[in-house]
Design a protein around this ligand. Structure first.
Ligand SMILES: Cc1cc2nc3c(=O)[nH]c(=O)nc-3n(C[C@H](O)[C@H](O)[C@H](O)COP(=O)(O)OP(=O)(O)OC[C@H]3O[C@@H](n4cnc5c(N)ncnc54)[C@H](O)[C@@H]3O)c2cc1C
Ligand code: FES
Length: 250
């Protein structure tokens, strides 16, 4: 893990409120799909960096796909080519590509699609050829074009019916049709994946989100309840076997 100032190469909207940031300098060390970096602009506020998943690593370029939510992501969205941004990482435990085999389903909810481009490319590079992506969005989809020619089956659901099948992402698949399901998205979606896979006897893996202050396992601000006790999403995860996670029922 290193902290470096990277130069912004591109920072473009791919949809309203969704941008792709590309910085130079690549990753300081090999990046596992599903790992993340902590990003902080040179502006004094907000003080704390924000975690973003690795969207892709291509040659010397590192990219992030992100949704503008509050002050931190707004500050990142204001960057233009030539600006610099402090990037710390890679952090956390990502997906074990060697351990994902057979019929693999990637389930994305909204911006949860961000880590799947790099994961899908890594799976293809490892010889996995039965990849399905099921992605759900509230409105018009984004980031899907990144999967053309990488994933052989792309399924889309939108809540407003503007693309694909109208409804939420579980309408797109039957867990029993897959050997492993990998999910990233809002908690209700991941809870549905956990439950559906449990009933079908299909292995499931989730990438969790949490508010993070340090990103390196020191502050305990990101802990989540699991069957093996409280675990730090930043250092013990963000990727966990779905069955270990105890989702808050609220
Ligand atoms: C490991 C990890 C990887 C992530 N990868 C991505 C990514 O690739 N792309 C992306 O767009 N986002 C990603 N996120 C979420 C992203 O870090 C937050 O959206 C961001 O930190 C919000 O900061 P902000 O200052 O813009 O908003 P804030 O002002 O901090 O918050 C705005 C609103 O978003 C809510 N919020 C903030 N952070 C989170 C969170 N972690 N989980 C749930 N709700 C939150 C707040 O409660 C508030 O309502 C990731 C989070 C984690 C933990
Ligand atoms: S963010 Fe500090 S322990 Fe995870």
């Amino acid at each position: 893990m290193t902290t470096d100032l990277h130069v912004v190469i591109r920072n473009q909207h791919v949809a309203p409120g969704i941008l792709r940031l590309t910085v130079d300098g690549g990753a300081a060390q090999p990046v596992q799909p599903g790992q993340f970096h902590m990003l902080k602009t040179e502006a004094p506020e907000p003080l704390l960096p924000r975690p973003l998943s690795i969207h892709d690593v291509e040659g010397d370029l590192l990219s992030f796909l992100y949704e503008v939510k509050g002050a931190g992501t707004r500050a990142i969205a204001e960057l233009v080519p030539g600006h610099r941004i402090r990037v710390t990482g890679p952090l956390g435990r990502g997906f074990d590509v060697q351990d994902l085999r057979g019929r693999i389903l990637l389930v994305a909810g909204g911006i949860g699609i961000a880590p799947f481009r790099y994961l899908a490319r890594a799976l293809v590079a490892a010889g996995r050829d039965r990849l399905t992506l099921a992605a759900g969005f509230r409105g018009l989809p984004y980031g899907i074009e990144d999967f053309a020619g990488v994933v052989d089956d792309i399924r889309i659901a939108t809540e407003d019916g503007s693309a694909g099948i109208q409804g939420r992402v579980p309408v797109l698949y039957r867990p029993q049709d897959f050997d492993v399901v990998v999910a990233c998205g809002p908690v209700p979606m991941m809870r549905a994946v956990q439950q559906g896979c449990r009933e079908a006897g299909t292995r499931a893996i989730v990438s969790m989100e949490a508010r993070m202050a340090c990103g390196i396992g020191a502050c305990l601000g990101c802990t989540t309840q699991t069957t093996t006790g409280m675990r730090r999403v930043c250092a013990d995860g963000p990727v966990f076997p779905a069955d270990e996670v105890i989702f808050d029922e609220r």
